[in-house]
Ligand binder design. Sequence first.
Ligand SMILES: [Zn+2]
Length: 307
Amino acid sequence: MVMLKQKTIRTQVSCSGIGLHSGKKVQLALTPAPDHTGIVFRRVDLNYYPIKADIKYASRLSYATNLSRNGVSVATTEHLLGTLIGLGIDNLYVDIDAEEVPIMDGSASAFVYLINEAGVRHGDAEKKVLNILKPIHFAMGDRRVSVYPSENYQITYSIEFDHAVVGSQKKTINIDGSDIFENEISGARTFGFLKDVEMLRKNGLALGGSLDNAIVIDTDRILNSHLRFKDEFVRHKILDVMGDMGLLGYAMRGHVVAHRAGHEIHAGLAKKLRDNQSSFELVPVSTLQVPVEHAGVKNLAEVPSNY
Ligand SMILES: [Zn+2]
């Protein structure tokens, strides 16, 4: 059985956009990084000050997941981190010249495009995942998230809004295999309610928000021309939880089940996991999770076509 190696990108790629909350223009460059680097944000405007994507730096968790170390912050990390988990990128420098990661179109599409442009390079070190050994739960009222042992990285998310357009949505997805992430999750945009915009702006949030980077929901309709998926809202929540759980530094072999949760709840689970060392182990990953009965197949023609 061949063990998977850690991955970075082949060459530097960049784009520019604005921060959803700050409204400020920002240049983003994804830069290849050596084995065992993990994902490290660097503030180009502050002498490349590094902040690792690590749950211990999580701060200010309402409306976005921000990281902060010694007073230096990077904001709205979740969509990019979710993308890196979804595409299996282990090591990367994320260089930004302002405090907030650009929101692009509110989804992960631009980040997927950039990484596909750059191409992927394997290192020499073994890739590891966080194998969940026992269930862990975190809740605030009826907003909750749990993780259970599982053969694959699965996420089940359910949302419930007292709103005709959003309503109740539930989706389960198996993240292993980047096509699933690319096709089913990466295009789902962030969303917000028009009635909250004034309050958010008073608090210095959503200053860059517009119909170009968010689904905006009015009392009985969306203001955008269309949805990309009928259940785009719950798909976006799956992207968010992938990004937030990515602050543990690894993809998972486990089943995350979230109900009406958000960044604060996701981060609560991540911290609880980190603090319960007996709840997980780090294990190497083999090439594909090939079922044992297929592992000996040498000729591709012998592989059943639906496999
Ligand atoms: Zn989001």
